[in-house]
Design a protein around this ligand. Structure first.
Ligand SMILES: [Zn+2]
Length: 133
């Protein structure tokens, strides 16, 4: 008997960590650890021949300053055959922003991630940046 397992990695990236720690409880150490953890997961996924979905904050895919922007890692994830999904543009807390702002966040995230990997219509999944606690 075979089974399928779907693994989605919530890749907050630097801006997501800043926003999701509301906002004064982040550290560079955690940001760099998350980047290293994703590289480790990519190695393990390759070793196990697994494909995953990485829900990424769109801002990271834009050109800019590392570690806030890290388009190389997004391209690496995609080039290894994993799905890139949107995790909003800046990990905004959707219950606190209006519909128009949500729409803009989704559009910009999808645009940035697709531009980064160079494939139109490649980003179709979405993992909300807000969870009930
Ligand atoms: Zn998140």
């Amino acid at each position: 008997m075979s089974a399928k397992l779907m693994i989605v990695w919530d890749y907050d990236t630097a801006l997501g960590q800043i926003n999701s720690t509301m906002p004064y409880n982040f550290s560079y150490k955690q940001i760099y650890e998350e980047i290293e953890n994703v590289d480790y997961i990519l190695e393990e996924a390759a070793r196990l021949n697994m494909k995953m979905t990485f829900a990424c904050v769109g801002f990271v895919a834009e050109e800019g300053v590392f570690p806030f922007n890290n388009p190389e890692q997004i391209r690496k994830i995609y080039s290894l055959g994993h799905e890139i999904a949107s995790h909003s543009w800046k990990h905004e807390w959707f219950p606190y922003i209006n519909e128009k702002q949500i729409e803009k966040s989704l559009e910009r995230s999808k645009f940035a991630l697709e531009k980064c990997v160079g494939v139109k219509s490649s980003v179709n999944g979405f993992v909300p940046p807000t969870a009930d606690r």
